[in-house]
Design a protein around this ligand. Sequence first.
Ligand code: MN
Length: 731
Amino acid sequence: MDSLLRIKHKRMLDDLLNVCRENLRSVNEDLIRKAFQFSYECHKNDFRASGEPYFNHPYEVAMIVAKEIPLDDISVVSALLHDVVEDSDTNLEFISKEFGKDVAEIVDGVTKIGGLLKDQEITKTEDQKKAENYRKLLLSMIKDVRVILVKFADRLHNMRTLEFLSPQKQLRIAKETQEIYAPLAHRFGLGAIKWELEDLAFKYLNREAYEDLSRKINDTRKEREEFINKVIRPIEEKLKEANLTFEISGRPKHLYSIYRKMITQNLSYEQVYDKFAIRIILETEDKNQCYLVYGIVTQLYKPIPARFKDFISVPKKNNYQSLHTTVIGPEGKLVEIQIRTRKMHEIAEKGVAAHWKYKEQITTTDKELEEWVSWIRDIFENASRDEATKEILTSFKLNLYQDEIYVFTPKGELKRLPVNSTPVDFAYEIHSNIGDQCIGAKVNGKIVPLDTKLHSGDMVEIITSKNQHPNKSWLQFVQTQKARNHIRRYLNKEEEKLVEAGKELFEKKLKKHKLNYSPDDIVKLSRKLKFDNLKSFYKAIAENKVELDFILKPQEEVEQKQSIDLQFEKFADIARFTAGEVVIDGDQKGLAISFAKCCNPIPGDPIIGYVTIGEGIKIHRKNCRNLIDKLEANDDRLVPVTWPKADGSYFIAGLVIKGEDIPGILKDISNCITNYENTNIKSVNMSAEDSIFKGTITVYVKNLDHLNKLIDRLKKIHGVYSVERFDSNKH
Ligand code: MN
């Protein structure tokens, strides 16, 4: 390295260390030096689009982290190294060994966010994409909040140097910044960074409006500054007389916020911008001085009492503190004045106080997000002041969330649930009606059983049906009290109704058969039929599970049915079953119904039911080899069943595909499946030998027609020899 470069480097490193010493409580200088040197070596041969050495980028990002989002030295080190894994052959183990596990994890997180954001599916709508990205960012934040803060710094520097990229890239990056990074920075209360990101994005997304506005502001600047100075001068004098240390300035307005106001409120530039505003920041911790200053200012200018707001005694919910007032300034013009201490100001710019609560549309779920983020922010804010910085920074790794998961609605709204929650819990969390009527769920686009355990980051979509009701079996797996309560309430109500109906029916039948049962007789009968109590006896009657006519007939008539009676004793449960048309889409009409896994019937297949012991009725395809093997002569356990009307349910079907093992064929096959009617794939199993592959794929289909059309399409793929349905007859 030549000496000139060495001198330049030494200066850069010194600058960085100085900024760190100024802003951070403790600085591991050796580690920063080492990271500086290592990052330089890794990026030695790379250059940015601007032509400057690539190393300038991680260096500037580290500077931003140290200066503008002052965190800790670990974040500065991570910022220096944030691109080395992606851009050189360094791996994470090496980073972990040399710089520690935390640094390695943050670098990994920053790299991953970048990758995830690039990985956007073209088929998705803008809104979905936005929600998806947002979700991913939130998730990485759950892991270690420093990941997202380093990413903010990275994005800020990229935005500051965006002019060197192609127009297409400028647009893409600016849009992403406006839609994802700026709102997130806002939620984090990183006021200053949010404004800068927005203004930079505005510049590239709407250059004409941006330039027009800049010009107008420039043109009126002198006039405005003169007026502001006229207001400020007397205040300055009085404050100095009172021996106060302070900073006073015309409050900056940001281009994008002016522009947005003009558009949303349909105002002219003059109407938005000609509101004069100044801010007084006191270099003291004593909040009483703010009131003192207020007194001084209002002696100079007449205040408008209705416009006085004391956010110091009564801070805003997000901890924002400041005095606001409006006074009548020179020439009778109104001037807004904000008075606050340095600490209050810092919180407003870098931490807690964000104005979004009043300016952005909030939904109820945003509120939860707000609480959550503000909790993180609290740690963050206190950490930079607290003695035990290190320990608290460690708690950035939010282990506290171990017993909770975060899942998302299709619109990207966040829901917090206890660990092991299922789609049913999620559905009740949204609304009790959604819970009561949920028949299925899609998790990350795939249909799953209702008892599936959800994980943080899952996107959950609930499928409902007006005909659905809460099911007793749900109680086995739901986690939230809310879900449990709703299900129980429903079941109790239904049970009472059934018991009443059963009782009525039973009395009617007694009359019909001209029988006179005493209460004692009824109990005896119910015991004989193996019911635990009268309630369940009446319930079974109402549910048509008891063949009353048969039971109540005089004994002689029954004799020829002795064999049935024997069965009745042997399979008491099964005997209560009434054969005939079976309703397949649920188990409300008696025995549980399930589909045999050996042949996976789907609507359109000829089917038959087989009454099993203990497992209710299994539905098989009529030609199922497995079933045929099982049958005995005159087997009376077969029940005719028919398909119900289509209800939008999905069924599993298996396919065996054979073909030539050419590159990309698996991708062609899976594209072909998912592109047809959005068919979801359940599993894929592929093996290849001698350039021939054989694959087993299971898919979710609506019916036989759906499956057959899918097979036809698959057969047309170049390289595919055969596609066959996979069932018990052929494997
Ligand atoms: Mn970068």
